[in-house]
Design a protein around this ligand. Sequence first.
Ligand code: SF4
Ligand code: FE
Length: 479
Amino acid sequence: MKTAQEYIESIRKMKFNAYILGKKEDNPADHPMVKPSLNAVAMTYELAGDPQYQELTTVVSNITGKRVNRFTHTHQSTQDLVSKVKMQRLLGQKTATCFQRCVGMDAINALSITTYEMDQDLGTEYNKRFNEFLTYVQENDLVCDGAMTDPKGDRGKRPHQQAEKDVFVHIVEEKADGIIVRGAKCHQTGALNSHEIIVMPTMSMKKEDGDFAVSFAVPSDTEGITYVFGRQPSDTRKLEGTFDVGNMNYGGQECLVIFDNVFVPWDRVFMYKEYQYSGQLVERFASYHRQSYGGCKCGVTDVLIGAAGNLAEYHGVENASHIKDKLVEMVHLNETMHACGLACSTEGKATPSGTYFVDSLLANVCKLNVTRHPYEIARIAEDIAGGLLVTMPSALDFENPEIGPIMERLYGGIEGISTQCRMRMLRLVENLTIGAGAVAYRTESMHGAGPPQAMRIMIARQADFEKKKELAKKIAGVE
Ligand code: SF4
Ligand code: FE
């Protein structure tokens, strides 16, 4: 396994074609707006190298028999599913942001099941190819970007009906040695911090959309791939180099990834026009990622609850009963999300491929809670923090020799806590509720792994309302 430093060096060596704030960047890894997100991924390596966390963060590979980072592993038991969620909570606690590596983990797990089923049904060799790819990923301890979401264009039209074909990734040519693809994937978590991109279809495809039913993996710096770095609220604060950024060391990352006639060799193709399996692959990936949110978001919430608790103390109100109530409410909401993440894991089942799959109904319930609870938790945190959260002058003003000392006196809270400590804590709450960190904490909780309606559709499909109606009829004595 790689150390955190070896990981960072390996990303520095990649030859990305990347744009940030309108400028082409040859070395995105060291760009101040990218660095915090690289650090967050590096934490997945650091914890795997730390003996006190290794039981959660590493596992013996069922393919190679060697110890590997859990992010490169396909779950072989319900304990693996539980450990995944606990590992994600731990990482959320350590980084207070999106550490990006889960999308690749969820993609390999979904593909391990779907490629196996395709081979069983169709006599293809996708699972063999996939396992060779996965062995390479495990042996080199790589980060994979799980690329699912296409820009989609006019949502009322199918992929083949779009005027602009590139709003969906699609096959443009078949060659003896591979295929040529083009199109785009948007809001790609951690794309510029990844070694490999695993592309999957974005939705269930029909026969006419066969060219869009394609899955493959390519090195992230393959010729023809371009990255455009996504903006976040207050993101240029990262260029100021002060604690106004709120989370000094860690952050998330989302990119637009453009595929301009990219060549994929056959041994890296895991689905080629088998549109009948696209919906199943999407649902598997989505369920795994909905499980993931019952881990990562809970770890970030732990930090936010801690920040709110510290502010209550610094403001001198920690013993007020309504403040205690609010902190308890935050914990209740958070543990409800985590309970769902654990429940869909313990209720997981083995699939014919050997990979364990989560209980999909409970995973969808988990994520539907996640589309709501962080908003309420953020509201309570803002309530406890007070208006200073959004009116406080910048760290640069505090450093100014004329006004700084005056503000130092005016913005003091309880005795024994410096004004700067209070400011730092306020900036952390600001980061998570309305700043750069809110991208990963709030809005991603809404839309990541699908918006609320996607979960409702899955819940409706699995709820078995007829059975519940029968139960009620029996109890009520209705024939
Ligand atoms: Fe992992 Fe959570 Fe980020 Fe998804 S949102 S990649 S589950 S940390
Ligand atoms: Fe996400």
